[in-house]
Design a protein around this ligand. Structure first.
Ligand SMILES: Nc1ncnc2c1ncn2[C@@H]1O[C@H](COP(=O)(O)OP(=O)(O)OP(=O)(O)O)[C@@H](O)[C@H]1O
Ligand SMILES: [Mg+2]
Length: 673
């Protein structure tokens, strides 16, 4: 029995190692495949000349008012126009719509677009109508009269119809619609089929919609009509699913860069005191977005949304909530007020989702962590669709993990995905194995990282939990933390509550502990038990180190929030500088920029030390070129920051040099994204 367990442990260890190696191999492969940015499954060159070039340029400019194509748009349009099936993976806000709307206009006939949400469809139809393009939708809200007009247009080609939007239910449930569509196709007037938000086909995606599963019928019924599937979700699994379900095995695949250099990502330690978190969020908005710039705050529960919105209002911020419990009209009203800039902040659950088209969202704040990196990327990606600098803050606290895990544990890979984002939050820069790519999308701001060896503490946790299990009892994460704190007092350990929480989460991620779930009439509760690698801890075979971001530890009150806010400002300034310099030197895109260690005294105890440090981060050439300007900004910003704190007293350079501040890392993803 014992031997069996040991073998199991060894196997798990090997599995860990294999995963790590696979992660490294993947990243090396990506580095050696720089062309993947515009990957296409065929060798054809979609950027050459085509007969429709001048007409396409004319429509782009004169109808859509777009000066030039963004990455891959022209190539995608050419592939669709050539009659190919196409899969488009492009970041949120990257400009996917144009890729099917423009061919729809160029071709004679009707383009069918499948989109998952009414609000999304309404937005699109409104936008196209405003441009004078005959676009319509056939949904539950369509009047009888309009329905008649649309059916006639499909069947007989009467009336002016270029683009028709429907929800997937129309395809799977309305025989009448399908027969009209069949007639349209038969007459050679169905020009293309676009499946927007195509990840909804896949159970591996985050917005799975059962009706999307039936869309395979489109390719079967209309084999010669080009089908274009579009999504911002990039995982391999989703891509494979998509091709299979939509029956487009030979599609041309366009994978655009998912890097969003205008988005600044920050993970912040979330206080266990609700008011402190609100103070910080309000402080952040008031410091940066005084001119009513739009933002979103995502919360975990409906109740939390209402509470946070109320508390933000009490602090003078125009905020309202949005969640699935409200009736459709109330929700629509809030959405409209926000879209028209009558409301600054929407505090929403994930229900405030796909339909958001507002280009100038300047900040997305996660009051609680998302359930996966994918979802986080989608949600935070609603910021900065206009390409201007925008900020994404995520408030992380281990105590929020069981809330999410008890929701996602029954989903496919639900826990695995959740633990990936937890890893990202916990370690800031630790490896998120299979998600290395996702992590790289995110310009990451972290603070000084220290490694605490906690082998002894881990042993106490495991044996304590074992004792409890032997007595047929169970503990939740928070109960275990309480018990550990009491025990620590006895042992004279000075580990803070947050650190104990982090340790326990780390042990879950390392499979030393395991979450188990129990349903009650009202909820599902998460309990902790010992996991498959618990014995390794007891036998001292496994090391446990906790990465702690030292500056984040300081976030305990408003003052420290101010510090962090000031850093965010510095980051923005540095990015402005990055853009300015690169517009001169032509190195704008993908320049990994800046790591500035203030706590190490690099502001600037000695110029040569500063230079050496900068060289390590951005390379010698760039350090020589830009070093002076970067330093100038830091000093200027530090001055600003301190004069605020000193309430206008004269600046004291010597004090500045000694100030213990955080390490700021801004790393744009530079290669494989
Ligand atoms: N070539 C371009 N130049 C300038 N703006 C563009 C270009 N292409 C698209 N846009 C604009 O970018 C914004 C986002 O485009 P779009 O809605 O198509 O994004 P998307 O990729 O579908 O994003 P999402 O995944 O969030 O649906 C729109 O305001 C659109 O008009
Ligand atoms: Mg879109």
């Amino acid at each position: 029995m014992v031997a069996k367990e040991t073998v199991l442990e060894e196997l798990l260890n090997v599995e860990f190692e294999i995963q790590d190696v696979e992660g490294s191999v993947g990243s090396i492969k990506r580095k050696w495949r720089p062309c993947e940015n515009s990957a296409s499954t065929t060798a054809e060159n979609w950027s050459g000349s085509f007969e429709w070039d001048s007409e396409a340029d004319d429509v782009r400019f004169n109808v859509f008012g777009i000066l030039s194509y963004r990455a891959n748009q022209r190539e995608i349009i050419n592939a669709v126009m050539s009659g190919k099936d196409v899969m488009v993976i492009m970041a949120a806000g990257g400009g996917k719509s144009l890729c099917y709307q423009l061919p729809a206009i160029l071709r004679d006939g009707v383009a069918l677009v499948i989109s998952p949400l009414l609000s999304l469809i309404q937005d699109q139809v409104m936008g196209l109508t405003a441009l004078g393009i005959p676009a319509y939708m056939l949904t539950s809200t369509t009047s009888k009269e309009e329905e008649k007009f649309l059916y006639r247009a499909l069947e007989k080609g009467e009336g002016d119809l270029k683009i028709l939007y429907v929800t997937p239910e129309k395809i799977s449930k309305s025989k009448r619609f399908m027969s009209k569509l069949e007639k349209c196709h038969h007459a050679g007037r169905l020009t293309l089929v676009a499946v927007d938000e195509a990840h909804c086909c896949s159970q591996w995606g985050h917005d799975f919609r059962p009706d999307y599963k039936n869309l395979g019928i489109l390719k079967t019924q209309f084999p010669n009509v080009p089908l274009i599937a579009l999504t911002a979700t990039a995982t391999q699994k989703v891509q494979v699913d998509l091709m299979e379900m939509l029956r487009i095995p030979k599609c041309v695949k366009f994978l655009s860069t998912v890097n969003r250099p205008n988005l600044f990502y920050m993970v912040r330690e979330k206080s266990s005191v609700g008011k402190v978190v609100i103070e910080e969020i309000a402080g952040f908005i008031q410091e940066f977005y005084l001119n009513n710039e739009s933002g979103i705050v995502y919360c975990f529960s409906r109740k939390e949304c209402e509470q946070v919105a109320k508390e933000l209002r009490e602090r003078g911020i125009s905020a309202d909530y949005y969640h699935a419990d409200m009736d459709v009209n109330a929700r629509e009203k809030v959405h409209m007020r926000w879209s028209n800039n009558k409301l600054q902040v929407i505090v929403g659950t994930v229900a405030f989702g796909m339909g958001i088209n507002k280009p100038d969202v300047r900040f997305v704040i996660h009051h609680s962590l998302s359930k996966s990196m994918e979802t986080y990327y989608q949600e935070s990606g609603r910021a900065g669709r206009d390409g201007l600098p925008s900020q994404c803050l995520l408030y992380f606290r281990p105590g929020d993990v069981p809330r999410q895990s008890s929701m996602v544990f029954y989903e496919n890979a639900g826990l695995q995905n959740l633990y990936d984002i937890v890893r990202y939050c916990l370690g800031c820069v630790t490896t998120v194995r299979s998600q290395a790519r996702l992590r790289k999308w995110m310009s990451l701001v972290c603070t000084n990282t220290l490694l605490f060896p906690l082998r002894g503490h881990a042993k106490i946790v495991v044996s304590m939990l074992q004792d409890i299990q032997q007595n047929d009892q169970r503990l939740t994460l928070l109960q275990l933390v309480d018990k550990m704190k009491t025990k620590h007092k006895e042992l004279g350990s000075d580990l803070k509550r947050e650190q104990v929480e982090q340790l326990i989460i780390k042990l879950i991620l390392d499979r030393v502990l395991k979450e188990e779930f129990q349903h009650t009439a009202y909820a599902t509760n998460a309990y902790l038990t010992t996991g498959p690698l618990a014995n390794q801890i007891l036998q001292g075979k496994r090391d446990v180190k906790l990465e702690v971001c030292s500056a984040q530890k300081k976030v305990a009150g408003i003052n420290s929030a101010k510090h962090n806010v000031a850093f965010s400002g510095l980051e923005l300034k540095l990015d402005e500088l990055r853009k300015e310099l690169s517009s001169i030197h032509g190195e704008y895109s993908h320049t990994p920029f800046c790591l500035l260690n203030k706590s190490a005294g690099s502001v600037p105890t000695s110029p040569s030390r500063w230079n050496r440090q900068l060289e390590k981060i951005i390379g010698r050439l760039k350090a020589e070129k830009y070093g002076e300007r970067i330093l100038e900004q830091i000093i200027k910003y530090t001055d600003l920051d301190e004069s605020k704190e000193d309430h206008g007293s004269e600046s004291r350079p010597s004090k500045r040099l000694k100030t213990k501040k955080a390490l700021v890392l801004i790393e744009s993803s530079d290669d494989d994204a």
